[in-house]
Design a protein around this ligand. Structure first.
Ligand SMILES: [Zn+2]
Length: 484
């Protein structure tokens, strides 16, 4: 038997079966029921959110011989022919591969003729934003005066790329990202029907990874099935898609938050020697930390097992919001550095170490976070709140860098090149109100350390700081013992 991809096999056949888009499907169903269908629709929304499925249902509903409450019966000869893709009055075009003006001209000529067997000629144009300008113009002419027996359903992931002239002629429906809960319910149903042995951890992980696209969830499940194991477990899913285990990420994050630098170095050496992709690893760690923050601010999180939530609660208990946000923000900066670095593994190790040390320098998190407060979370705005805090923090990190640059510039202007060289790898950060901390790594050699203690050196640095900030700051050195 030929293998059918799950998302095709489980494609919804009625409006009521479309997941998570009730605001669209209910309206369409009522339009069909009341005989008030429009002649041009625009379905916009992310990939895998149900646009094409809904378009297909609509194309049957308007033509069905025994529609029931606006739903297609899926039994009559018209519905059956449509389901088999054999109804000539319904045409599907993928604009991504047919973006030419000729295709649209064909449609323009065709629409003049009455439908062959059905009531309406329906044209479903997928990824309509990919049409060429010429094709758009041709389409526009048809949309201006569509014959009463024609319905256009345009679907796109990028409505902002469509000409206003097209937008203004369509009735528009926006499809939402499908929630993790809805995706996991759908996967469970599917697993039941297929009699799959799959654990909850696997379902949760797939649902999270699908990121609102049911089609992606199905395709991950497809890969798990094709893998041929009798039981689909969470670790199987991780292995297939290259995602590190929760415990692994949790250990990594804990080492960072506790600044257990010696263990952290060993840990990073280990993942590198195991040939893990450090970029994926860091990205997953940041995602998990964000989830921890969401859990902390909202007490409500989806898609994790009880044990995982317990582990996350431990991270929540032992670390305040400021520190979590500090670590998330700075790990994201490490991610950026890794992209530009010629040796991303070195950038990974040194960057992560730096974050671990700085986030634990007692005042460090308070220093830069200063008066930043998390806005009060409410049940429905937490992710945006977190996003916003993170973006605020990124700005303040940029300021830290610019403080260092300003100080270095002043030192250069004053011809203090040796001090510049010593400070090159240090962090300069504002502490409390009147203190500036200069944080050195343990890689700093003894000669440089002694040099820093010279009265002349201290004076030159202090002068540069005052000139750069236009404020009287005390300057303190902080030396970091990394490992030993
Ligand atoms: Zn029917």
């Amino acid at each position: 038997m030929a293998y059918t991809a799950l998302y095709r096999e489980f494609r919804p056949k009625k409006f009521e079966d479309v997941i998570g888009q009730e605001h669209v499907t209910e309206t369409l169903r009522r339009q069909v029921q009341n005989g008030r269908v429009a002649h041009a629709y625009l379905f916009s929304g992310g990939r895998g959110s149900g646009k094409t499925s809904t378009a297909k249902i609509l194309s049957r509903a308007v033509n069905c011989l025994n529609t029931i409450g606006g739903e297609p019966c899926n039994e009559c000869e018209i519905c059956k022919a449509a389901l088999e893709g054999a109804l000539t009055d319904v045409t599907e075009i993928d604009a991504a591969s047919n973006n030419g003006v000729d295709n649209i001209r064909d449609i323009r000529e065709e629409v003049e003729f009455m439908p062959t067997t059905a009531k309406y000629r329906v044209y479903i144009i997928d990824e309509v934003h990919m049409l060429s300008t010429g094709a758009f113009n041709a389409l526009l002419k048809t949309l201006e005066e569509p014959p009463s027996h024609v319905i256009f359903i345009l679907a796109t992931t990028e409505p902002q790329k469509l000409p206003v002239t097209i937008l203004s002629r369509c009735q528009r429906f926006d499809f939402k990202k499908i929630s993790i809960v809805n995706i996991s319910k759908t996967l469970k149903k599917c697993a039941e029907i297929l009699k799959l042995d799959i654990d909850d951890g696997a379902i949760n992980l797939i649902s999270r990874m699908a990121d609102g696209a049911l089609r992606d969830a199905y395709s991950i499940l497809d890969r798990c099935i094709a893998d041929g194991e009798s039981k689909i477990t969470e670790s199987k899913v991780r292995e297939l898609v290259g995602i590190p285990e929760f415990e692994y990420l949790n250990e990594f994050i804990t080492l960072i938050l506790n600044a257990e630098t010696a263990k952290l170095i060993d840990f990073m050496e280990k993942i590198i020697s195991e040939g893990k992709n450090v970029e994926v690893f860091l990205n997953e760690a940041i995602k998990l930390l964000r989830d921890v923050l969401v859990l902390k601010t909202s007490n409500n999180i989806e898609g994790f097992t009880e044990k995982e939530i317990n582990d996350m609660m431990n991270l929540v208990k032992n670390n305040d919001n400021h520190k979590l946000i500090y670590v998330i923000t700075n790990l994201a900066l490490v991610q950026g550095d890794m992209k530009w670095s010629s040796d991303s593994e070195v950038a990974f190790e040194t960057g992560v170490l730096k974050v671990a040390i700085e986030s634990n320098q007692g005042s460090a998190s308070k220093i830069e976070l200063g008066t930043q407060k998390l806005p009060q979370p409410s049940a429905n705005n937490v992710p945006q709140v977190v996003q916003k805090s993170i973006s605020t923090m990124t700005n303040s990190s940029v300021n830290i860098d610019s403080l260092k640059n300003q100080v270095l510039t002043k030192l250069k202007e004053n011809s203090k090149m040796r001090i510049c060289a010593v400070l090159q790898n240090a962090q300069i950060m504002k502490a409390e109100d009147e203190i500036i901390h200069i944080v050195f790594s343990n890689l700093l050699d003894d000669t440089s350390k002694q040099y820093l203690q010279h009265e002349e050196t201290k004076k030159a640095i202090k002068e540069a700081v005052v000139e750069a900030t236009q404020q009287e700051y005390k300057v303190k050195y902080v030396f970091n013992p990394i490992g030993k």
